[in-house]
Design a protein around this ligand. Structure first.
Ligand SMILES: NC(=O)N[C@@H](CC(=O)O)C(=O)O
Ligand SMILES: [Zn+2]
Ligand SMILES: [Zn+2]
Length: 469
């Protein structure tokens, strides 16, 4: 494929030539393809970005396929310009041992339209040696307070997990809320804002501080998931941790709960508008490392309950890049910053040397958008199983074309897309032969074979069940 005259995030206009799964060349006036099998895309006036790497999704399989599946979640990702996702461990069974990891990896390999990583989780029953022997993306999200799945753990188990991960150079991603800082008085209320009043902003900063202490002790790479407050972000960065921000904490606040009602319940919760705007400042100015969606779908029926009974979490994988591109189109953030937050920095934080940039030799994970084509976001147009969005009515710039390692996985106007295949009742595998998605840790991503060594000072045994931490 030759993509001609695309505007790159830094504003240069270039041709991009793809060969197989990789970007073969980025240059000016590259020769037209000779073979009729090769495709030519005129990208004049359009923006080409590296595909988003979403380091935080909950695709719900195995266990909760009524909420989302690898097929529907990855379809939603592809349509939103996300070419690689990282799945979190609060499934059923939870991804805490070898068998659960293998089961999830099989499901993802068979159905995912986009590349993926699978995280390993930590509970009293986790089997660290089995997880670390596998192509696990990172450890996490490790829950310092209960969220969906009730996988909250105490600080001692957290410290032991961080110690184990640090010895193997695995990143640990942390859900940082400290339940001892929640506000029990809020439980008297039953309006949707009570959730935000209950799970306080100070609970985040306290947990980030506690995590930082543990991280320092073991010289570990800690990454704080879904930071939602300026203080949480600042504490994380002051302690040398990396951090992510979700689209809902960038673009929504407690003011929106009047409309969202219980559909706006998530962990950490929406914050005051004053805090939201300071979070956004830190996204724009480069303090925040990455944007990750925490795509956490639940059905309408499940969300339509009292604020204390509704499950926590909102979908977001399909709307994150479109919302950021809308902000870029309105000069609220630069395209380069969008590239860094959604791709380049993610590849750096999680060490994915062939992803996140449009350069010769990199994976051909690409998104083409027409910046003048801003559309209203409507839940019914999205491809996730949950069919609703907290961003209903906002504007977004959606992809025209999404490629994963050179393969078209989404094309808005063309027939050659996996989404069309799905809509015609074909699976992605039927349309493309082999599955498109590949576990990014299992394909030549680990330059140092010792980095995945299994021996951890003899403390953890084989792939057995008798080595629980
Ligand atoms: N964010 C949420 O509110 N919910 C997530 C879990 C999580 O990320 O804490 C979910 O899996 O539903
Ligand atoms: Zn979380
Ligand atoms: Zn999450």
């Amino acid at each position: 494929m030759l993509i001609r005259n695309a505007t790159l995030p830094d504003g240069r206009e270039r041709d991009v030539l793809l060969e197989g799964e990789t970007i073969a060349a980025v240059g000016e006036d590259l020769p037209m393809p000779e073979s009729a099998d090769e495709r030519f895309v005129d990208a004049s006036g359009k923006r080409l970005l590296p595909g988003m790497i979403d380091a935080h999704v909950h695709f719900r399989e195995p266990g909760f396929s009524h909420k989302e599946t690898w097929e529907t979640g990855s379809r939603s990702a592809a349509a939103g310009g996300v070419t690689c996702v990282v799945d979190q461990p609060n499934t059923d069974p939870p991804t805490i041992d070898g068998a659960a990891f293998d089961e999830k990896e099989k499901l993802a390999s068979e159905a995912s339209l986009v590349d993926f990583g699978i995280n390993g989780g930590v509970t009293e029953q986790w089997v660290p040696s089995a997880l670390l022997q596998r192509p696990m993306f990172a450890l996490g999200e490790v829950f310092l307070a209960d969220s969906t799945g009730d996988m909250g753990i105490d600080v001692e188990l957290f410290a032991s997990a961080v110690k184990t991960a640090a010895r193997q150079d695995a990143v640990v991603t942390v859900h940082a809320e400290d339940a001892t800082e929640f506000e029990p008085g809020a439980k008297e209320r039953d309006d949707a804002d009570a959730w935000s009043a209950y799970r306080t902003a100070r609970a985040e900063a306290a947990a980030v501080r506690a995590a930082a202490e543990v991280g320092d002790r073991f010289d570990a790479h800690l990454h704080v998931a879904h930071t939602s407050t300026p203080e949480g972000i600042d504490v994380a960065k002051d302690h040398g941790m990396t951090c992510e921000v979700t689209p809902h904490h960038m673009f929504l606040s407690r003011r929106d709960l009047g409309d969202l009602d219980t559909f706006g319940r998530m962990n950490p919760p929406l914050r005051r508008e004053r805090l939201r705007s300071k979070v956004w400042e830190r996204v724009v100015d480069g303090t925040v490392d990455i944007v990750a969606t925490d795509h956490a779908p639940h059905t309408r029926e499940e969300k339509d309950a009292s604020i204390w009974d509704a499950p926590s979490g909102v979908p977001g994988v399909e709307t994150a890049l479109p919302l950021l591109l809308e902000a870029a189109r309105n000069d609220e953030i630069s395209y380069e910053r969008v590239r860094d937050l959604t791709a380049a920095n993610v590849a750096d934080v999680f060490d994915l040397p062939t992803k996140g940039r449009i350069e010769a030799g990199m994976d051909a994970d690409l998104v083409l958008v027409d910046p003048s084509d801003s559309r209203e976001i409507r839940g019914e147009d999205l491809h996730s199983k949950c069919e609703w969005t907290p961003f209903e009515g906002k504007q977004g710039v959606f992809p025209e074309l999404t490629l994963v390692r050179g393969e078209v996985v989404y094309e808005r106007f063309g027939p050659d897309s996996a989404i069309e295949a799905a809509e015609a009742g074909e699976t992605a595998n039927e349309r493309f032969g082999d599955a498109v998605g590949v576990n990014v840790r299992s394909i030549e991503r680990s330059p140092d074979p010792d980095a995945t060594a299994t021996d951890t000072d003899g403390e953890d045994g084989d792939d057995g069940g008798d080595d629980r931490a």
